[in-house]
Design a binder for this molecule. Structure first.
Ligand code: BTN
Length: 258
């Protein structure tokens, strides 16, 4: 396995803003916390905090996120305009899916809103934390986790639902290449803002969720039906058996059919 380091990432990185500053730590509790401390010091937009291993990683909906050594756990510090916030999850999930495909050749899909799947199993996840003051975003932290060499079978809680890129592609040494490709793809999409239309369309195109029978959990509410559409803010529209359309802004979706 190739060693991660800031120099190894930036040496061949073709970006202007994202990842020009990389802060590498061999071990962190969560890159989200370190990125937040870094952002509060006012470092430049695009700074990346990356950990060799993450020991207290968190996921969406207060879940834990496993990222032992050999996987990707990073956070990108951004200073976006408030009206562009809905596009960040689309940019991040597209960048993860596209970097997986271009580096490993394995097909990746996005499950609404931002889980990246390979063969129906989760290989990547995104967590975004925003610091909004008044009507301005002081900073956003986009956290990205990708299972490169995670032996999902060793962890009962994810054994049936997760996979890793090493398992799916049978290739080694993907980590640094995916990190670089991810940052380059992220920048390409991020620089399209404030025009979110091409980002939204590319994300919708890649969603595996649309047209499927789904069960969505949003807070205490369970919504079952056909995932009919997404609106341009990213919300999922589910048509129930009674014909009613429900708009789901945040939550978790289970696909009821492949
Ligand atoms: C999810 O699918 O629930 C989101 C997972 C996000 C995990 C990443 S790993 C890097 C960053 N640091 C964290 O503690 N979480 C995010």
């Amino acid at each position: 396995m190739k060693e991660l380091s800031a120099a190894a990432i930036t040496r061949e990185l073709k970006t202007r803003r994202i990842g020009r500053e990389v802060l590498y730590y061999p071990s962190l509790s969560s890159t989200m916390d370190t990125a937040r401390e870094t952002a509060l010091k006012g470092l430049q937009e695009g700074t990346v905090v990356i950990a060799g291993e993450q020991t207290g990683g968190r996921g969406r909906l207060k879940r834990t996120w496993l990222a032992p050594e050999g996987n990707i756990a990073l956070s990108i510090i951004l200073h976006p305009e408030i009206k562009t916030l809905p596009y960040l999850i689309m940019i991040a999930s597209l960048a993860v899916a596209q970097s997986i495909e271009s580096v490993s050749g394995v097909k990746a899909e996005i499950k609404w809103p931002n889980d990246v799947l390979i063969g129906g199993r989760k290989a990547g996840g995104i967590l975004i934390e925003n610091e909004v003051r008044g009507n301005k975003v002081a900073f956003s932290i986009v956290g990205i986790g990708i299972n490169i060499d995670l032996r999902a079978a060793d962890y009962a809680e994810i054994a049936d639902t997760a996979t890793s890129l090493k398992k799916e592609s049978r290739k080694d040494d993907l980590r640094i290449k995916i990190v670089r490709s991810l940052l380059e793809e992220f920048e390409r999409l991020y620089l399209l803002l404030p025009d979110g239309k091409p980002i939204f369309e590319a994300w919708r195109e890649r969603l595996v969720t649309l047209g499927k029978k789904v069960k969505a959990q949003s807070g205490n509410q369970i919504i079952e039906g056909i995932a009919e559409a997404v609106d341009d803010g990213g919300a999922l529209m589910i048509r129930g058996e009674n014909g009613r359309l429900t708009r789901v802004v945040a939550g978790d979706v289970t696909l009821r059919e492949k």
